[in-house]
Design a protein around this ligand. Structure first.
Ligand SMILES: *Cc1c(COP(=O)(O)O)cnc(C)c1O
Length: 340
């Protein structure tokens, strides 16, 4: 029996993908050996290089300025939650960071409106985190800027359509919406590969890795293989347009349930609510432990909120079915009746 895993990451994978992986594990396509024992290959798009790197999204916090900037260059950063805050802490070792906006004061329940950002005229790029996994805050649309946009999409890539041509760099750790941990996707506009960056190991150098098809050293082959299967799974069910609709329906169901109740609450400004990570509190925090115990008994796990936020958090990444969310809201309503 599989449980519904609401973890923020490493997150749930499609069951069909896991079954395929299991079937192919000992003998991949009749070759008598597993994917982990095979050699490797990859390919790229026209205007953008798609790099398959290691080091996590966290690695990219420093690697972006290291690859495309000099330490004296300037870059604008928007702080809208824990991850963008961390990206600033790491980036400022390698570039002159201007914090253009910071919603810390709101406890990250909103995003500073763009009219109030203090952007610098000479910034090389504008960095933002499209979806804040811990606080459940998501950009409803792209910031308007003639600057190079750089975005951490670790927890919402492939969950909705976006126009990649508006971006210089999009990056994401795989373990939220793509596949197993150990793989980091970096989509980089090809002209940026020619920027003079800083001294850096060749395995983290975008140009070197692009030229080598992300294989200037041994890649995490099993993570690549499984991510490939998740991409196929997503294409088969109708691609990003279809999953975008499903994700909207899933998050609406949970938000509607929370908003209709005076027992549950979500603190985030409605305009900026995440479709992927939904934090919520119970009217009485002393009931948290009981909520977690009872939900786990019914096969719904990892609902505990991040320690910095408290309460609960349900992560509804692509592979989480509507049935999982329905089961959660049914449980929530019964729990409220029994304990309110
Ligand atoms: C999980 C996460 C990260 C960190 O990813 P690692 O792969 O652990 O480095 C960074 N940004 C966001 C938005 C995340 O959700």
């Amino acid at each position: 029996m599989r449980v519904y895993n609401f973890s923020a990451g490493p997150a749930t994978l499609p069951e069909s993908v896991l079954t395929e992986v299991q079937q192919e594990l000992l003998n991949f396509h009749g070759q008598g050996l597993s994917i982990m024992e095979q050699s490797h290959r990859a390919k790229m798009s026209d205007d953008y290089a798609v790099l398959f790197l290691q080091g996590g999204a966290t690695g990219q916090f420093s690697l972006i300025p290291q690859n495309i900037c000099q330490p004296t260059d300037k870059a604008d950063y928007v702080i809208s939650g824990q991850w963008s805050k961390k990206s600033v802490a790491h980036a400022k070792e390698f570039v002159n960071v201007n914090v253009a906006a910071d919603s810390t004061e709101s406890k990250f329940t909103t995003i500073t409106p763009q009219a109030d950002w203090s952007l610098s005229a000479d910034a090389e790029y504008l960095h933002f985190c499209d979806n804040e996994t811990v606080h459940g805050v998501e950009f409803p649309e792209l910031p308007q800027s003639d600057k190079l946009l750089v975005s951490d999409m670790s927890s919402n890539i492939l969950s909705r359509q976006f126009d990649v041509s508006k971006f210089g760099i999009v990056y994401a750790g795989a373990q939220k919406n793509i596949g197993p941990a150990g793989l980091t996707i970096v989509i980089v506009r090809k002209d940026l590969l020619e920027r003079e960056g800083q001294k850096i190991s060749p395995v983290f150098n975008y140009k070197t890795m692009a030229a080598a098809g992300s294989m200037s050293n041994t890649p995490p082959t099993f993570a690549w293989y499984t991510a490939g299967k998740v991409f196929e799974w997503l294409k088969d069910l109708g691609g990003v347009t279809e999953i975008e609709k499903r994700n909207a329906a899933k998050s609406k169901l949970l938000y509607d349930t929370i908003d209709a109740s005076s027992f549950y609450a979500n603190p985030v400004d409605k305009a900026y609510r995440s479709r992927m990570n939904i934090p919520f509190t119970l009217a009485n925090a002393e009931l948290d432990a009981l909520f977690l115990e009872k939900s786990a008994e019914q096969g719904m796990i990892n609902l505990k909120g991040h320690r910095s936020v408290g309460g609960m958090r349900a992560s509804l990444y692509n592979p989480m079915p509507l049935a999982g969310v329905q089961k959660l809201v049914d449980f929530m309503q019964i729990f409220e009746k029994e304990n309110a």
